[in-house]
Write a protein that binds this ligand. Structure first.
Ligand code: CDP
Length: 230
């Protein structure tokens, strides 16, 4: 599929709260590429299942066809890729604590992953894409032109996640609780049988613990420019 592409594919993988999505979005904007937030797809399927009233215990018994029937899709709207449920564009409803907590167990279900694979590859067909998630460089786009693996200390990730949710500085107790939630999710994402969170062998590591957001965006943009014609 590579020869059909008009431009590069850049993948950003990493654990929860490492800044993948916000970095990927900013990098895509800077380079004039599209951004695929694969986590939003897992969240959208989770949201759809909750809305359809399908109990969590039944999710592992659903087939690929069942998951496709939910009609979660990705649609290009100008330069943006929007996640849709039927005709409805999903946004903030994907980031509620309930959806966040249940997206990770949903992402363990092989049929759910299989149902989302084509959607993700189609989004990358033309290239000029920055894709972020857990398995972008390993499973979805193994021949990506540039692969980055983002990491950051657990407490720093917890702090960022809480700041995303509230403008007030988090307390130590809140940080501990959030760090625990993130650690549990990392463990589940890294320990699952299908497409576990794993550093692609050919990825460049980027530790964002001590980097300002703008610096981590620049680091990825510079890397892409150095590896491609830009
Ligand atoms: O933003 P955050 O890292 O917290 O989560 P996300 O990227 O929106 O992903 C939500 C959940 O989807 C994660 O906990 C993973 O279990 C799952 N996921 C996945 O399995 N594979 C991907 N490529 C992306 C997300």
């Amino acid at each position: 599929m590579k020869p059909l592409r008009e431009g590069p594919i850049v993948t950003l993988d990493g654990p929860a709260g490492s800044g993948k999505s916000s970095t990927a979005r900013a990098v895509a904007r800077r380079l004039g590429y599209r951004h695929l937030d694969s986590g939003a797809l897992y969240r959208a399927v989770t949201f759809a299942l909750l809305e359809a009233g399908i109990p969590e215990e039944a999710w592992a018994t659903l087939t690929e066809a069942d998951f496709r029937a939910l009609q979660v899709t990705v649609a290009a709207e100008g330069e943006a890729l929007r996640v849709r449920l039927g005709t409805r564009i999903l946004g903030p409803e994907l980031r509620t604590p309930r959806v966040t907590a249940l997206a990770s167990p949903l992402a363990r279900v092989p049929a759910a992953r299989a149902a989302l694979l084509d959607l993700q590859r189609q989004a990358g067909e033309r290239g000029r894409l920055v894709a972020d998630g857990r398995d972008m460089g390993t499973v979805v786009f193994p021949d990506a032109d540039v692969k980055v693996f983002l990491v950051a200390d657990l407490r720093e990730r917890a702090r960022r996640r809480l700041l995303e949710q509230s403008s007030e500085a988090p307390t130590a107790v809140e940080m501990d609780a959030e760090a625990l939630r993130i650690a549990e999710r990392d463990e589940r994402d890294a320990g699952r049988a299908v497409a576990p969170l794993r550093r692609p062998d050919d990825a460049v590591d980027l530790d964002t613990t001590h980097l300002a957001f703008e610096d981590q965006v620049r680091a990825v943009v510079d890397l892409v420019r150095a590896r491609t014609r830009g």
